[in-house]
Design a protein around this ligand. Structure first.
Ligand code: PMP
Length: 400
């Protein structure tokens, strides 16, 4: 094409660093610590093959047809039932099935954000969320959670919504404590600002029982027996990490009014999430596939988390600090040596055969040059160790 097509303005706003690290992850001979993928051998392939066959053979009227925009009724009901506990009552009208959690983020941008709208976002922020909302030109209010000085009400007041990943943030792996969760819920109630609880890693707790969801904490405000959930929390779930990302099944639990707006947005996006995937997901949930499969996955990830942290201790502790995460898929390391610029470490690392994700891509302002996200789920222990050794070589080259 001789002339550049007349692309929308936002397309020129993804930076080169993002493009470099996304492209580099798949290069041959490069150990990819920069991605965010699960370990494919943990997917319950035999079970899913059986259920896929059964879905088409026994339920062609469901699995080969368009599903309702809101999602397959039986799947919505099952999710509603699983989430209804204690004072939290989730009804079918509270549930929307989405094409992965990623689509929920896109739809939230569609229904809430106008140009220059404020979004209060846990900082640093999931790259996919920044990507989803970039076409809407929002203005970010960064929130550091787990901090004594967090003024949640000031952060949320006047924002279109607040975005958080309380269970093992992507990128930092941090777990938001219960005090901060309560503070956010109270602030959402006081200001009327919707509070997004993005929870794809909620099943990946390695060292203890899960913390209460903000959706559950908020239901305590509504009290028991007053009908289905109608509060400010917008909960996003996904089967990507606990079952398989290829199914592309996620869901939103929110007040019926919000679900209604999301349905309108979804109608103009994909009409419906794959019926075949929804049918397989429904049968997998009813069949107990996740309960049977998840413990072994958690063992694999727990071992890999320890292996990555041991390798960091052995090879990088002179230059970086980090906290060992208690779940999720990432370790966030921060340079203590001012000579280390982590954008430059991306290219230095690639020269040594390792890909990392630099902190700048998770920063709405793009200014973080001190941090790096490392993934531990997608490689076995010996490869993680080799990757960290290569990274240490890259650091030495950078500060020499
Ligand atoms: N939110 C966060 C924080 C994520 O890390 C991811 C995936 N890496 C998603 C949402 C989207 O996941 P999916 O679309 O596969 O459900």
């Amino acid at each position: 094409m001789s002339r550049r097509p007349p692309f929308a303005e936002w397309l020129s706003q993804t930076n080169d660093v993002t493009r470099t690290f996304l492209a580099a992850g798949g290069m041959a001979d490069v150990i990819n610590l920069g991605g965010g993928l699960p370990e494919p051998s943990t997917y319950p392939a035999a079970d899913l093959a059986r259920l896929a066959h059964q879905a088409v053979e026994e339920h062609p009227e469901d699995s080969l047809n368009y599903a309702p925009i809101e999602g397959m009724t039986a799947l919505r009901d099952l999710i509603a039932k699983r989430f209804s506990k204690g004072p939290l009552r989730v009804g079918r009208g509270n549930v929307l099935i989405t094409t992965g959690g990623m689509q929920a983020l896109d739809l939230l941008g569609k229904i809430f954000a106008d140009p220059d709208s404020a979004i209060a976002a846990q900082s640093p922020t999931y790259l996919g969320a920044l990507d989803a909302w970039r076409p809407r030109h929002p203005v970010y209010r960064p929130m550091r959670l787990n901090a004594n000085d967090l003024d949640a009400e000031a952060a949320l007041d006047g924002a279109r919504f607040a975005y958080t990943v309380p269970n093992f943030s992507n990128p930092t792996g941090e777990l938001v404590d219960v005090t901060t969760r309560r503070k956010l819920v109270e602030a959402a109630r006081a200001t009327g600002t919707p509070l997004v609880e993005d929870d794809p890693y909620g099943a990946l707790f390695y060292d203890g029982p899960p913390l209460p969801r903000m959706l559950e904490l908020d239901a305590e405000n509504e009290g028991e027996g007053e009908g289905d959930y109608d509060g400010p929390v917008i909960y996003l779930g996904s089967l990507s990490k606990e079952l398989a990302p290829g199914l592309r099944i996620g869901w939103v639990i929110a007040a019926p009014e919000v679900i209604g707006a999301l349905v309108l947005a979804k109608q103009g996006t994909d009409l419906a999430t794959s019926s075949l995937s929804q049918r397989i997901a429904l049968d997998a949930l009813e069949d107990g596939v996740i309960e049977r499969n998840l413990p072994a996955t958690l063992d694999t990830y727990r071992e890999r988390r320890s292996a990555l942290c041991a390798a960091l201790e052995a090879h990088l502790s002179e230059w970086f600090t980090w906290e060992e995460p208690v779940g999720g898929m990432f370790v966030w390391i921060t340079a203590k040596d001012p000579r280390i610029d982590t954008d430059r470490l991306l290219s230095a690392g690639l020269d040594c055969g390792v890909c990392i994700s630099p902190g700048s891509v998770f920063d709405p302002e793009g200014t973080d040059r001190r941090s790096v996200r490392l993934n531990f789920t997608a490689n076995p222990p010996e490869v993680l160790e080799k990757g960290v050794e290569r990274l240490a070589r890259a650091v030495r080259g950078l500060i020499a």
